[in-house]
Design a protein around this ligand. Structure first.
Ligand code: SF4
Length: 62
């Protein structure tokens, strides 16, 4: 599974990073980004939860 943050939609609320810091972190533009190319199996539910917590639906899960 892969997760991607749409930089145009991210409003820097920090919810995804609170929910799943193993997968999401801030980038230099103070937007969230994915820090792992591939989400490990054991973090999939947490990453999905982070995507659901995003107020602007900026996180795309593939
Ligand atoms: S939850 Fe969504 S809007 Fe908030 S920091 Fe993460 S990607 Fe950006």
């Amino acid at each position: 599974m892969q997760a991607e943050v749409n930089q145009e939609l991210c409003i820097s609320c920090g919810a995804c990073i609170d929910v799943c810091p193993e997968v999401f972190d801030w980038n230099d533009e103070e937007k969230a980004q994915t820090i792992l190319d591939e989400v490990p199996d054991q973090l999939e539910s947490q990453a999905s939860e982070a995507a659901e917590s995003c107020p602007t639906d900026a996180i795309v899960i593939n």
